[in-house]
Design a protein around this ligand. Structure first.
Ligand code: SF4
Length: 255
């Protein structure tokens, strides 16, 4: 018998409340739960070697050996109690990763929503799970070319994910967020939005490990100009933002 209450989940980080830096809730307080493990290997080849300047900013929650070293194995009840302590009366809780959809989080979702929390799930959109139909918001972040994921393989899954979310009559609150570093990422954003027929998209100006506020400002100015051109005449609601937490805190974690 599978005893749900004894099941544990790899929690790499649980922090907050912090002010959300990007996507549909940018500027609002949220408490983050970062779950370990990811089915994508952005910026890596099949052998796990880094092949691109892009490096996933959450490697500690992706690579199985680092997850093992960093994560605490917590039950639903333990996660729930920590969230209540952290959230300080703010309603939004973000499930992030890695890819949180790898885990069976139905009980946690129900428990948190029962006491009035609202749940946002951040995922790259490669896997669907039934419990996603019970959360308050999904932020789908398909990975652009600069992330070096295997585009051909992922594109079909990400499109199917969007369609699945939209086909559930109970569920419509899905935001597409795409991180853009350069022209080919922007082109990908246009193609993705066209492919799924999204009515809006959040374009998040990418941050590199050696960025200063000045270089971020320059890239953001570039993105504002180019995004206006790229989406011209398409009737898509675009929101163009820098990653606000990086503007505020640069590269500090957990803020
Ligand atoms: S999908 Fe996200 S968490 Fe997973 S490897 Fe890519 S950037 Fe990292």
């Amino acid at each position: 018998v599978d005893n749900h209450s004894e099941r544990t989940f790899p929690v790499v980080e649980l922090f907050g409340p912090v002010i959300e830096g990007e996507g549909p809730l940018a500027g609002q307080p949220t408490t983050f739960i970062r779950f370990g493990l990811c089915d994508s290997r952005c910026g890596m080849d099949e052998e796990g070697n880094f092949t691109l300047p892009f490096i996933c900013d959450s490697l500690h929650s992706v690579l199985p050996n680092l997850v093992k070293a960093n994560a605490r194995q917590l039950t639903t009840q333990q996660i729930f109690e920590e969230v209540v302590q952290h959230a300080s009366g703010y309603p939004w809780i973000t499930f992030s990763g890695g890819n949180p959809v790898l885990h069976q989080l139905t009980d946690l979702v129900r428990k948190l929503r029962k006491v009035g929390f609202q749940i946002k799930v951040e995922t790259q959109g490669t896997l669907w799970a039934d419990w996603l139909a019970e959360v308050d918001m999904i932020v789908l972040s398909p990975k652009p070319p600069s992330a070096g994921t295997h585009r051909a393989k992922n594109a079909i899954k990400e499109t199917a994910f969007y369609e699945q979310a939209m086909s559930d009559s109970l569920y419509r609150n899905i935001g597409v967020k795409i991180v853009v570093f350069d022209g080919s990422d922007l082109e990908f954003a246009v193609q993705y939005v066209d492919a799924v027929g999204a009515q809006g998209v959040w374009l998040s100006c990418g941050t590199r490990a050696d960025d200063t506020r000045d270089t971020l400002g320059e890239r953001y100015a570039w993105l504002c100009t180019q995004a206006l051109k790229a989406f011209e005449g398409r009737n898509v609601a675009i929101t163009v933002l820098p990653q606000l937490h990086v503007i505020a805190f640069l590269h500090r974690l957990g803020v």
